[in-house]
Design a binder for this molecule. Structure first.
Ligand code: ATP
Length: 197
């Protein structure tokens, strides 16, 4: 039987790293962030809808999406953000379902969705896995990876759902506060307990 896993976690928590470990175990990983880019590629109905809503100003001369420009626009305008999400999110879900439909019936399918909790998808999966990280370690990892000041890193973290609401949505919590070796062990334990049955 198919097992559908929703994988989420805060910024720089280690979602991609966990997804990679699950992929190595044989899971099909569907990355919502990658799909969110795909559905507004040049020539897609998604990009046409964005152009209709936001005007030609969000397109580059070659017809592709001016991502930073659109980003600034929706950052400053909550209604614009909701409108953009109303275009992108359904398209991402449709594409994810399409990809999942190509998997064998007994596949382990991992949907990696950074905004799983924010978009209310906590009940859409057999298992919701939250990658969790100690707050100080997370701050350090965001700062180092994205070359930010501590204040900038904190602002990025604060823009997401609070850690507690992600944890409340979790069926399984994978802690990634320590080394990569320990993370690997935690993923192995999860696989043994919840997947390989
Ligand atoms: P985002 O959603 O913000 O792109 P993510 O949740 O997918 O991030 P990763 O990209 O897996 O997180 O990891 C974030 C950063 O932290 C990376 O630079 C990664 O190399 C590093 N990292 C992840 N796990 C560990 C660990 N256990 N020890 C040290 N560094 C780690």
């Amino acid at each position: 039987m198919r097992l559908r896993i929703g994988l989420t976690g805060g910024i720089a928590s280690g979602k991609s790293t966990v997804a990679e470990l699950l992929r190595a175990r044989g899971a099909l990983v569907i990355d919502a962030d990658a799909l969110a880019r795909e559905v507004v590629e040049t020539g897609t109905p998604g990009l046409a809808a964005v152009g209709t809503r936001f005007g030609p100003g969000v397109l580059r001369p070659d017809g592709s999406l001016d991502r930073p420009g659109l980003g600034k626009l929706v950052f400053a305008d909550p209604q614009a953000r909701r409108d953009l999400e109303a275009i992108i999110h359904p398209a991402v879900r449709a594409r994810a379902a399409e990809i999942e439909a190509t998997a064998p019936a007994d596949a382990v399918v991992v949907h990696m969705i950074p905004l799983l909790v924010e978009t209310g998808q906590q009940n859409a999966f057999d298992v919701v896995v939250v990658v969790d990280v100690d707050a100080d370690v997370q701050l350090e990892r965001v700062r180092d990876r994205d070359h930010l000041t501590t204040a900038e890193a904190r602002a990025r973290i604060d823009a997401q759902a609070p850690r507690a609401s992600r944890l409340a949505a979790a069926d399984v919590v994978i802690d990634n506060s320590a080394s990569l070796a320990e993370l690997q062990r935690a993923v192995d334990d999860f696989w043994t307990a919840r997947v390989a049955q």
